[in-house]
Design a binder for this molecule. Structure first.
Ligand code: AMP
Ligand code: MG
Length: 391
């Protein structure tokens, strides 16, 4: 049985970013740039006012000026500013030739065509031409992940179809004769399929929306047929273990996949299988929903990040356990569902009730996983993988 660290290394060595595609900005949230984005012009394109007020020449001696015109954002300045003149100007407007500083209107006293400035400000209140970016400057390097701020930058430079690493197309197969869709009342002995909903939501949180799901009885030939469908990432729920009806790995082999590992020293989620075929990756995930949740965050997310050209996120916070909590060390690498909350300006973490990995109800409110293993310190701090902002 391999360690989780070894499993993550194998996944990392086996997967590469998918080819680049051009996406409209509205579909690019969460993707990684496949090429740098350059500024197409000067930003700002000229000196611009940063306040509503009056623009004057710099180095003026007198405090009284004649207002000779008005400049709104978007208008083109006319004649240069002469000594003793001021032009009414609004935020974002281009500063006329000769304009050296903008006096905010709060610091000016207007009376008819005259404006008086009792005290000159120390700041110029002008964004200088090219002070933010010059033509050809790299504003975002290749590999940058596109969040709201980065998308706004692309919009600003007119890069409306950026070249990004294609997000994986995911195919999901829920296996098991005991599974019925969640909108049905399960007959005696059967259960509702919770993993399909769970995986769609987990994938959606990672910005992966191209997901198709199907159901398969525990039949290796039928499962192999389904596995042959086109996709970048194949996720099989259930059938991961060594029971008589666990056919996940066998179906993948029949389909031409190479199995890299089928057991990891991980709790929950030990019978996890990882396989590849060319650029395709596949996981067979132990059927219990808590195992799905943990396997997703500690392995499948890594595969998604690698295929998407995104720098893998795997950083732990050292968080104080909530009052009275004692965690035992564990020979298995255990990831315990937990909730991190801010308390008195710091974070504390409480492990959630978790009895068996089939207990979906115990996942309510989870925003972190506690890492407990042989070398976990016995003190009141614990290594915590934060999954979402703690509020
Ligand atoms: P398996 O990995 O197929 O042996 O399944 C382990 C446990 O997870 C069994 O109790 C299954 O009934 C349960 N299970 C498998 N698939 C699902 C699913 N899609 N939704 C909820 N529970 C499941
Ligand atoms: Mg099963």
């Amino acid at each position: 049985m391999i360690s989780l660290q070894e499993a993550r290394r194998i996944i990392t060595d086996s997967l590469a970013p998918l080819p680049a595609v051009n996406l409209p900005l509205a579909e690019a949230l969460g993707s990684a740039l496949a090429a740098p984005v350059l500024a197409d012009a000067w930003y700002p394109s000229g000196d611009r006012a940063t306040m509503d007020g009056y623009v004057i020449r710099s180095g003026q001696e007198t405090g009284e000026f004649t207002v000779v015109g008005e400049l709104q954002a978007g208008s083109i300045p006319g004649q240069p500013l002469a000594e003793g003149q001021a032009i009414r100007i609004f935020t974002g407007a281009l500063v006329p030739e000769g304009g050296g500083m903008v006096i905010p209107q709060e610091m000016a006293e207007r009376s008819g065509d005259t404006v008086k400035i009792p005290i000159f400000p120390e700041l110029r209140f002008i964004r200088a031409k090219g002070s933010e970016a010059q033509p050809g400057a790299i504003i975002l390097p290749s590999g940058s992940r596109l969040g709201p701020a980065e998308l706004a930058m692309l919009a600003q430079v007119g890069a409306v179809h950026p070249s990004v690493v294609r997000r994986p197309v995911v195919r999901h197969i829920a296996t098991g004769g005991e599974i019925v869709p969640p909108d049905q009342t399960p007959p005696e002995g059967k259960i509702r399929d919770t993993n399909t909903t769970l995986l769609h939501a987990l994938l959606g949180q990672q910005g992966v929306s191209s997901v198709s799901s199907s159901h398969c009885a525990d039949d290796p030939a039928a499962l192999a047929d389904l596995c042959a469908g086109p996709c970048d990432l194949l996720l099989i729920s259930g059938g991961a273990s060594v029971g008589d009806y666990d056919f996940g790995a066998e179906a993948l082999r029949r389909c031409g996949f190479t199995i890299h590992f089928n057991k990891v020293n991980l709790r929950p989620g030990k019978p996890l299988t990882f396989a590849t075929k060319g650029s395709q990756a596949a996981f067979v995930i132990p059927g219990n929903p808590v195992s799905h949740f943990v396997c997703f965050h500690v392995t499948i997310r890594l595969a998604l990040e690698l295929m998407s050209g995104i720098a893998p996120s795997w950083s732990f916070l050292d968080v104080e356990l909530s009052d009275g909590t004692i965690l035992k060390t564990d020979p298995r690498e255990t990831f315990w569902p937990a909730r991190v909350e801010p308390a008195d300006g710091a974070l504390t973490v409480s492990p959630l009730r978790w009895s068996t990995s089939g207990d979906t109800f115990s996942l309510a409110g989870t925003n972190a996983l506690l890492q407990v293993n042989e070398s976990s310190p016995s003190g009141n701090r614990v290594k915590t993988l934060l999954l979402a902002a703690p509020f």
